[in-house]
Design a protein around this ligand. Structure first.
Ligand code: SF4
Ligand code: SF4
Length: 391
């Protein structure tokens, strides 16, 4: 499909850069098509655990208490500069940084510098790290301003040459309980850990004398950078699939002018596998995932223009989140690549998936892969018995 043998998306001449104002989360704050009492309540639950909403396992005060604690660190960063119309990590880069050194440490080569940065990234907690050139196509044309409900400038220094892409894995067992507020703990922890890891690496690079701007969901699209940095492949559910964690990953990035050796896109068979698998399409409670071929079709203004790929209907997806008062992750749970790869049997499965997707799908079905773990069985004292999802 693409001009690069390991790239499973294609940028067409009709391409247009994306505005963060059109992102579905931004739209949920200004667009009457999405904004409602339900969306307001959805956001408020991340600050105050729902104590009286429903008694279903996975949605009790106990579950919200943990989910919201997991989001706490990233929320503190996001809220700390609200008075100056910033949401660090979500609409604006993380800003809790000191000035760096005025003298630069020079490395023997870009390869040596990359080795150094990757080593440090892993030591301070990054699960995956890759490096790719800065590419203006993925920078938002504007950031979203909560105060005005419209756009605001998205300025970056012109000297940036590279992007360090960081992957933070999400907890496997928590994700198995999706959909539930409890499963949202894995998302919140991913963001909170990502914030700390990104800030630490960025401060290190600044201390070496280079520019470093740590970014999560703000400033630019993350998935194209992760694909170019060789972290994984693009899946039908619109998420990155990696050999190490499948789709169970949060992404962060650091923009820098540090001379670094770059990584390259890589393939391990995901495109072919997704062509024959529709587990996410079938399981999505919002019917937001296409069962068709990659295309340039746009469900609505929240889809980018001019990129041939699998796309998700973000409006449908987000309305389901509002309905259940938490983020969903069912598509992550059911994806056959969502496995604990520290187990040898799962590493064997991945080898089979790369050679024979049909057989790998059969094996996944035989093992009842992707069944929901009832949230009450996640908490201590209960047997870790998977039961069919009835939500
Ligand atoms: S998060 Fe849930 S609602 Fe959204 S696309 Fe995935 S399965 Fe569908
Ligand atoms: S569930 Fe199947 S089709 Fe969907 S992303 Fe995962 S492998 Fe691809």
């Amino acid at each position: 499909m693409s001009t690069h043998p390991h790239r499973n998306y294609e940028v067409l001449p009709s391409f247009e850069r994306f505005s963060q104002v059109d992102d579905v989360f931004s739209r949920s704050r200004w667009d009457p098509e999405i904004q409602s009492d339900a969306t307001d309540r959805f956001y408020s639950t991340y600050r105050r655990p729902l104590t009286d909403w429903r008694a279903a396992a996975g949605f009790t005060q106990h579950d919200y208490a943990l989910r919201n604690a997991a989001w706490h660190v990233t929320d503190i960063f996001a809220e700390m500069n609200e008075q100056v119309d910033r949401r660090d990590g979500f609409l604006d880069p993380l800003s809790m940084l000191r000035d760096g050194a005025s003298e630069r440490i020079e490395f023997d080569s870009p390869e040596a510098a990359s080795l150094d940065v990757k080593h440090v990234a892993k030591v301070v907690g990054a699960d995956l790290v890759g490096i790719t050139p800065f590419d203006q196509r993925w920078t938002y044309t504007e950031r979203f301003s909560v105060q005005t409900g419209g756009g605001k400038p998205n300025e970056l220094p012109p000297e940036l040459t590279n992007v360090i892409v960081i992957g933070q894995s999400m907890d496997h067992d928590l994700t198995r309980t999706a959909p539930s507020a409890l499963a949202g703990t894995a998302t919140g922890l991913g963001y909170s850990l990502d914030s700390v890891v990104l800030l630490t690496i960025a401060q290190y690079i600044r201390n070496l004398g280079y520019q470093a701007i740590p970014s999560m969901n703000d400033t630019a699209l993350a998935i194209p950078y992760a694909l170019e940095a060789g972290l994984g492949e693009y899946g039908r559910h619109g998420l990155l699939i990696t050999p190490e964690f499948g789709p169970r990953l949060r992404l962060g990035k650091i923009f820098t002018d540090m001379p670094l050796a770059r990584d390259h896109p890589r393939s391990f068979g995901v495109e072919r596998f997704c062509e024959g698998c529709r587990r996410c399409t079938d399981a999505c409670p919002a019917k937001a995932i296409s069962g068709g071929k990659p295309s340039t079709e746009r469900y609505n203004r929240s889809n980018i223009v001019g990129v041939r790929k699998w796309s998700v209907d973000g409006v449908r997806c987000f309305s389901y989140w509002s309905k259940v008062n938490t983020d969903c992750s069912v598509c992550i749970r059911v994806c056959p690549y969502n496995r604990d790869y520290s187990k040898r049997s799962n590493r064997w499965w991945a080898k089979i998936a790369a050679r024979s997707p049909r057989l790998a799908l059969k094996l996944a079905d035989r093992d009842e892969h992707g069944k929901r773990l009832l949230p009450k069985h996640w908490w201590p004292g209960a047997s870790a018995r998977a039961e069919t999802d009835r939500l």
